[in-house]
Design a protein around this ligand. Structure first.
Ligand code: ADP
Ligand code: MG
Length: 705
């Protein structure tokens, strides 16, 4: 493959068996662009085909079986649509029928009576007779290639579209084998330092790639997985360690002098309640950090409703009091508007200008705001990732607060202040809490504060699981709450893929609710992603002011929305939401003094995993526990879920199951960075180059998305 510096950078279309159509699909469906990407498409499990079962020992309850025997008679049976090919496989102990309903001719042509075959497939048991339909057959007496008989067979994630092009698990396996056959050990350079490899008895990178795709036994497959698990965690930890070190070298943009008159004034005149002890402690931690002379990089964890906003605001007022500006970045426009409103109200009468910047603020208003920001006339800017744009310049940015960090990628975090010579302090807030030890390791570059106390008077939200059949009763309960003056949310899933259908359900639900709660006695709001931000804000405002009693919405309100009078959260098709999402949604109620309720509606039959999620929700309100269960429930194969959580970009490692590897990786990374902070030693060049390359690729990825 001339022209490409490394074989692994070769575009995927140059692999034998790929071609332009498949190449497009591989890119689109699995983000496989190069040989290297394909090599990193790992199986999520293996079928153990090292064992053959004697036919007489087959059991009806067995699922997949593999048998070995001699092919006896073969014949076509039946007519028309019922026509099938039947063949018999014999071993010393008995016989088994092999059946084909499709591709009969081709199958028949390839079956040699008298030859020895391994047959693998799902076992059927009917009228005392065992059979396998459409078996995977491998002839054993002619050394056939690409067969998994007698080995571990990898099972790869694939998609419907890929399957339609014969790129199911087996098709992908074939491509990967083709690739492996043409790779030499020198094509896959080692990136881990050799002492690290030795200390943890890890496979070399080359061996690990071979074994993860074609393990001679289960054990080697696991060793390969462990190698990549370590590698992934180690790279992550090296990045963390470097960030951590780097930040202690740079001077922050602003150092707090005193905690400031502005903050004192705010506490005296504006704060409408007593701060909890936890809030006071965390505010002290933050202020001490910003006074220390180093750049603050702090993660604030606190469950939904624990009162993070006021903590963030206190920190920002301290900074503004010392002559700096602040940015508060949030993941959704709805939340940006809400924070802007809350902060404007909470700081009424204080000498302070608050601005709002989202993608929908355009033209002259935007120009003016940007000017005021640059001149320093606006002190506090609330916004979505519109804040990350190149046109946004601060006069003196002292503190950046990122709310609901789990919605932003780690890379995005850095963007805001990348170009600044002296970085602002950074406070990251998340309401998808993670266990503390895990947080320390995963967010190793951040210091931690935890709000482990809820404001007084909060009661646990009563959570119940109901099915569609209970709808009438649910409506009458809803009515009783609304007639007592309370408000409610009804949430519908809206996930891109099935968007049209979901949208229809949302609208039908909205109509049903408006019929049950008619004007003029009641008013119902609706809010979804297809509405213009202004219209959404208008509806949100009506709901906040209590002019409407029910908010029918999609997950646009998932994070941060704060309407303390709302006491009922109804979640339709709850089985389709993840645990973190359910917990966030439930967190929209129970924010005031009134007893609150969360009703999870599902069809009567749901998957075991969905049932497990719902049962955790009905058992506990504790976000930390839910987070732990969430991580535990999710298998490593669940790419979607892991990506969604924004928590980790790991493909192989599982943060709970692999916690011991996480700790080892952390220790090694710290040792490495202490010894060679800039990765200048020759034995660390491969590692350094790999990290740089990965960062570039991720950067590109962020830019195109
Ligand atoms: P979250 O941590 O989920 O972001 P918020 O900051 O939105 O929580 O606070 C939730 C609600 O609790 C808000 O209505 C807020 O005004 C209120 N709140 C916050 N702190 C206190 C407190 N110390 N006492 C009473 N209410 C509080
Ligand atoms: Mg919040």
């Amino acid at each position: 493959m001339a022209g490409y510096q490394h074989v692994l950078d070769t575009p995927i279309e140059f692999l034998k068996g790929v071609g332009p159509v498949r190449a497009e699909l591989l890119k689109k469906e699995l983000s496989i662009f190069t040989f290297g990407d394909l090599l990193c498409h790992f199986p999520f499990r293996y079928l153990d085909r090292t064992q053959f079962t004697p036919i007489s020992q087959l059991q009806p309850q067995q699922q997949f079986v593999q048998v070995k025997g001699t092919l006896g008679a073969k014949q076509f049976i039946g007519e028309g649509r019922n026509r099938r090919l039947s063949a018999w496989l014999h071993d010393d102990s008995g016989q088994l029928e092999l059946v084909w309903f499709q591709g009969l001719k081709w199958a028949e042509k390839n079956l040699t009576v008298g030859a020895t075959y391994a047959a693998f497939g799902r076992l059927n048991f009917f009228r005392g007779q065992y059979s396998i339909t459409h078996p995977e057959l491998a002839r054993l007496d002619d050394g056939q290639q690409a067969s998994f008989a007698g080995r571990m067979q990898p099972v790869y994630p694939s998609t419907e579209k890929l399957k339609s092009r014969h790129l199911d698990s087996r098709g992908l396996a074939r491509l990967i084998q083709t690739l492996l056959e043409q790779l030499k050990p020198t094509d896959i350079a080692e990136i881990l330092p050799s002492d690290v490899l030795q200390r943890h008895r890890l496979l070399s990178r080359y061996d690990a790639f071979r074994y993860i795709h074609l393990p001679p036994s289960e054990q080697e497959g696991e060793q390969a997985r462990q190698r990549f698990c370590f590698e992934e965690l180690f790279l992550h930890q090296v990045r963390m360690a470097r960030l951590h070190r780097f930040r202690h070298v740079r001077q922050p943009a602003l150092m707090l002098k005193r905690s400031g008159d502005l903050l004192q004034q705010f506490y005296r005149q504006n704060v409408p309640f007593q701060l909890t002890e936890a809030q006071k402690r965390v505010i002290r931690e933050i202020i001490a950090d910003m006074k220390s002379g180093r750049q603050m990089n702090r993660l604030l964890q606190g469950d939904v409703g624990s009162g993070k906003t006021i903590v963030a605001l206190s920190a920002m007022l301290a900074v503004i009091g010392s002559g700096g500006q602040c940015a508060l970045m949030v993941p959704t426009e709805v939340l940006a508007y809400q924070h802007f409103r809350t902060i404007t109200q909470l700081t009424a009468g204080l000498p302070l200008r608050v601005g709002l910047l989202t993608a929908s603020i355009k033209g002259r208003a935007r120009q003016k705001l940007l000017q005021q920001l640059q001149s320093g006339a606006v002190h506090l800017l609330v916004g979505t990732h519109a804040l990350l744009e190149g046109s946004v310049h601060f006069h003196r940015l002292g503190l950046v607060v990122i709310d609901e960090q789990h919605r932003f990628g780690v890379v995005q975090r850095g963007r805001l202040w990348m170009h600044l010579e002296r970085p602002p302090h950074v406070l990251v807030m998340t309401a998808t809490p993670i266990p503390r030890t895990l947080a320390l390791t995963l967010y190793g570059d951040l210091d931690q504060s935890v709000l482990d106390e809820l404001p007084p008077g909060r009661q646990a939200v009563v959570t119940a699981h109901r099915t569609d059949a209970d709808r009438l009763r649910i409506f009458s309960f809803l009515k009783s709450q609304i007639d007592q003056g309370r408000q409610a949310y009804v949430i519908y899933p809206l996930i891109e893929e099935s968007e049209k259908l979901d949208f229809k359900h949302l609208m039908e639900g909205y109509e049903a609710i408006t019929r049950a709660f008619p004007l003029p006695q009641y008013a119902v709001s609706i809010m979804h992603g297809r509405m213009k931000p202004d219209d959404r804000e208008y509806e949100m405002q009506r709901f906040v002011r209590g002019e409407t009693q029910i908010m029918v919405a999609t997950t646009v309100i998932e994070v941060g929305v704060d309407v303390p009078n709302a006491t009922v959260m109804i979640i339709e098709s709850a089985e389709r939401f993840g645990l973190a999402q359910l917990h966030q949604l439930r967190g929209r109620v129970g924010r005031g003094v009134h007893k609150s309720y969360c009703i999870l509606i599902t069809p009567p039959r749901i998957s075991a995993e969905a049932r497990a999620r719902i049962s955790i929700m009905t058992q506990t309100n504790d976000g930390f526990r839910i987070a732990e269960e969430d991580l535990r429930l999710r298998g490593p194969g669940d790419l979607e879920g892991t990506r969604q959580s924004g928590l980790m970009e790991f493909r192989v490692a599982h943060p709970i199951r692999d916690i011991c590897w996480l700790e080892k990786a952390r220790a090694e990374a710290q040792r490495l960075i202490a010894e060679d902070p800039l990765l200048q030693k020759p034995q660390h060049q491969a590692l350094k180059n790999f990290i740089i390359k990965q960062d570039q690729q991720r950067g590109n990825w962020i830019r195109v998305s």
